[in-house]
Design a protein around this ligand. Structure first.
Ligand code: ATP
Ligand code: MG
Length: 225
């Protein structure tokens, strides 16, 4: 069996707004190193919540996550932030680009967090924008870009620090067929050639087609994987 890069142990997250919602309810999953994983399930089933727990962006109520054997629970906020910067890449459901930074500056941000010299960061930022087909938009602000273009900036940003794991929430949701095929090919290439592990929430069959594992969620629980 291939090596496990990430696993969850009895992971729980609830929200209390009047009634208590068990958004992630006792989830146990194992992700193989270099695998392509897809999370599917109806709206409200806990997909985005699970992804932000895996990304260390949110703390679980109970349970734990291990990344390359390292327990998130054992880490201080500072150490968890370091782990995020060095090992993880994110594409958020609503992109989360910084509005007053250009496309290029947004892509360079994760590199500045790991203290890459500016010249090098700029070079890598431009290369990544080129890979997602946006080399002509590097100086645009997010508001000056279409939804699909913003999404591609978010994808370029998620790849900047060459993360071991890329967590993406509907990364191809708003893209036209041609752009989507380009992004799917890029993910496939990174997965097969660089061995990067992907965890993606998606309803897109073109991503599901080459998934090693499909995790189906319903009401906060994993009903099949
Ligand atoms: N910050 C929050 N406070 C309160 N409830 C929340 C919060 N975030 C999520 N929830 C609730 O937790 C449940 C799971 O939400 P989540 O966003 O994970 O669903 P999802 O599967 O990603 O849905 P979608 O496909 O619509 O994006 C939902 O019932 C949602 O209302
Ligand atoms: Mg969601």
């Amino acid at each position: 069996m291939s090596q496990i890069i990430m696993e969850t142990i009895n992971l729980n997250k609830a929200f209390s707004l009047g009634e208590t919602i068990y958004a992630v309810n006792n989830v146990n999953i194992q992700l193989a190193a270099g695998s392509m994983n897809v999370i599917v399930g109806p709206s409200g089933s806990g997909k985005s919540t699970l992804l932000s727990l895996l990304g260390g962006l949110d703390r679980p109520m109970s349970g734990d996550i291990l990344l390359q054997g390292q327990s998130y629970r054992a880490l201080s906020e500072d150490k968890l932030a370091l782990l995020r910067r060095h090992k993880l890449g994110y594409v958020f459901q609503f992109f989360n680009l910084i509005p007053h930074l250009t496309a290029l500056e947004n892509v360079m941000l994760p590199l500045q967090f790991v203290n890459m010299p500016n010249r090098e960061a700029k070079k890598r930022g431009l290369e990544l924008l080129e890979r997602v087909g946006l080399s002509k938009r590097s100086h645009h602000l997010p508001l000056q870009l279409s939804g699909g273009e913003q999404q591609r900036v978010a994808i370029a940003r998620s790849l900047a620090n060459n993360p071991a794991i890329i967590l993406a929430d509907e990364p191809t949701g708003n893209l036209d067929t041609k752009t989507r095929d380009g992004i799917v090919a890029l993910f496939q290439e990174l997965n097969q050639q660089e061995g990067q592990t992907f965890v993606m929430v998606t309803h897109d069959p073109s991503l599901g087609k080459f998934a090693d594992k499909i995790i189906t969620m319903k009401d906060g629980t994993v009903i099949s994987q």
